[in-house]
Design a protein around this ligand. Structure first.
Ligand code: NAP
Length: 480
């Protein structure tokens, strides 16, 4: 009998797991998705200009290459359509339980299985639980005094209000990360006035070869080798040029120079340029990859406000200097609860151990996949598996392959639980590699928890991760 598997989340990770189970002939699984549709981040983030800044020849499943992308960096609807296509092609739909939020999962030691509880009160047993909830699924609103007093319309970038016409309005955007950089040019083009509240400037590098010409698209469509070669070229470039820039390697100066040139070319006003110049090492925060962000900030109807925000008032935003800047629309581009992995699901392992208690000092997992005391629980895009330079789909596929390798083991020997010694070894290796990265420098980022520990990122090349997750090492686990 094949193990029964509960997959939580139907984004890129959960779908990949489901597809590989189907491909292996295993149909004893259910994908629980709290929203009304699949797609995860590519369903939630519909803000104007939403697109992936990793080229899609790479940002797509290796086993389902699509040769018809209309652009190098396709927009959100095209990525969502790709995921819908994958769910159909690989027969995942009958396994989807949409509008079904998993609220708890508890390991029942008497029966060696997980009991998965959903918001509608249903409780079902499964041999294995795979989390595909990812790192960026819960929008984070800031904690600014007076937010509830605002009398205009306000919303988070990942919950865009498409019914609210921004034409001619006075808009305030709080935040200037990758999401804001993508929608600010679109908003600036129609708003009457736009204030961008910037707390920390970002390093911005240009997108290269953004648009495919007709001939290029035909070539990719009809000569499969060209698409595969492009995928390989992008992967190698990101691994050998961009990754070293994040670990104090040979290209750090080069990439920083490229970013400075981009700023100098696109922003000629020295005052604005100074505001936009970061004061921390490149890569410490996620690098923004965009061609339209800086030009939007130079428009006459746009102001970059760097005075700290004191409070939100009914008619706008008051800065620390006491100036009230009017706004009728407030957009929070303030990111996600990225370090609260798996929250708010209550996960209970052996001996009543609660995952959020175990992770009080910061989330961690062996290979980013397995946690001591939580047998047969596997994480996709878990702690320390995010990357700042390449396609997360590559990491997810490594994890899914690893979990597929675990299934015959746990079937033969009983529930598998990673040994604390394996976890300790993993932690030591991770800490040593992490010390060399730009993420540990003096900046705040969504990669770090409140204590300053980098809980989200993988500090070595993705090829190393793929190698070490090739197959489970039996000695790292105890069984039964
Ligand atoms: P983010 O990078 O976490 O940015 C949040 C922004 O909000 C920052 O500018 C932050 O300022 C600001 N902020 C937060 N609290 C604030 C406060 N109280 N007052 C003032 N400013 C405040 O979030 P994001 O832009 O949504 O991006 C998250 C991640 O999603 C990205 O880094 C990327 O990995 C992913 N993403 C990817 C793509 C893609 O194309 N692949 C596109 C969009 C997003 P500080 O910097 O000062 O903290």
């Amino acid at each position: 009998m094949a193990p029964t598997v509960a997959i939580i989340g139907a984004g890129f990770g959960g779908l990949c797991m489901a597809i590989q189970l189907r491909r292996a002939g295993i149909t004893t699984f259910t994908v629980f998705e709290k929203a009304g549709g699949l797609g995860g981040t590519w369903r939630d983030n519909t803000y104007p200009g939403a697109a992936c800044d990793v080229p899609s020849h790479l940002y797509s499943y290796s086993f389902e290459q699509h040769r018809g992308w209309t652009r190098r960096y396709p927009a959100q609807p095209e990525l969502l359509a790709y995921l819908e296509h994958c769910a159909d092609k690989y027969g995942v739909r009958p396994h989807l339980r949409l509008n079904t939020e998993v609220t708890a999962a508890a390991f029942d030691e008497s029966a060696d299985r997980w009991l998965v509880t959903t918001a509608d009160g249903e409780r079902r047993p499964f041999d294995v639980v795979v989390s595909g909830v990812g790192q960026l699924n819960r929008p984070r609103l800031p904690d600014i005094p007076g937010m509830s007093s605002f009398q205009g319309r306000s919303f988070h970038s990942a919950r865009w209000d498409h019914g609210h016409d921004l034409a001619g309005r006075r808009v305030a955007v709080i935040g200037n990360g990758s999401s804001a950089a993508q929608f600010i040019p679109r908003v600036a083009a129609i708003a009457g006035h736009l204030d961008v509240y910037q707390r920390t400037p970002n390093w911005v590098i240009p997108k290269v070869g953004e648009v495919y010409g007709e001939r290029q698209r035909s070539a990719f469509r009809y000569v499969p080798f060209l698409q595969a070669a492009d995928r390989e070229r992008i992967f190698r470039f990101l691994e050998t040029v961009i990754f070293p820039a994040l670990v104090d390697g040979w290209s750090r100066g080069l990439v920083a120079r490229r970013a400075k040139e981009h700023l100098e070319r696109q922003v000629t006003d020295p005052v604005l340029r100074a505001k936009l110049t970061p004061g921390y090492p490149i890569g410490c925060k996620r690098i923004v990859i965009d061609n339209d962000f800086y030009p939007a900030l130079t428009r006459p109807n746009v102001d970059v406000v760097t005075d700290p925000i004191a409070r939100v008032v009914p008619g706008g935003v008051e800065t620390a200097g006491g100036t009230v800047r009017e706004a009728d629309t407030l957009i929070y581009a303030t990111g996600f609860h990225s370090t609260d992995f798996l929250a708010p699901i209550e996960i209970t392992g052996r001996d009543g151990h609660l995952l959020h208690e175990v992770w009080k000092g910061g989330a961690e997992a062996y290979l980013g996949i397995a946690v001591p005391r939580f047998p047969n629980l596997f994480l996709l895009y878990g702690p320390n598996t995010n990357i700042g330079h390449n396609s997360i789909i590559f990491m997810i596929e490594s994890q899914v392959r690893y979990i597929m390798g675990c299934l015959p083991l746990l079937r033969a020997h009983g529930p598998m639980e990673v040994r604390p010694a394996a976890m300790d070894g993993w932690r030591r290796a991770l800490d040593a590699a992490m010390a060399r990265t730009a993420w540990t420098a003096n900046c705040d980022s969504w990669y770090k928890n409140d204590a300053g520990k980098v809980t989200n990122n993988w500090p070595r090349p993705t090829t190393v991760y793929r190698r070490i997750t090739r197959a489970p090492r039996r000695e790292a686990y105890r069984f039964g």
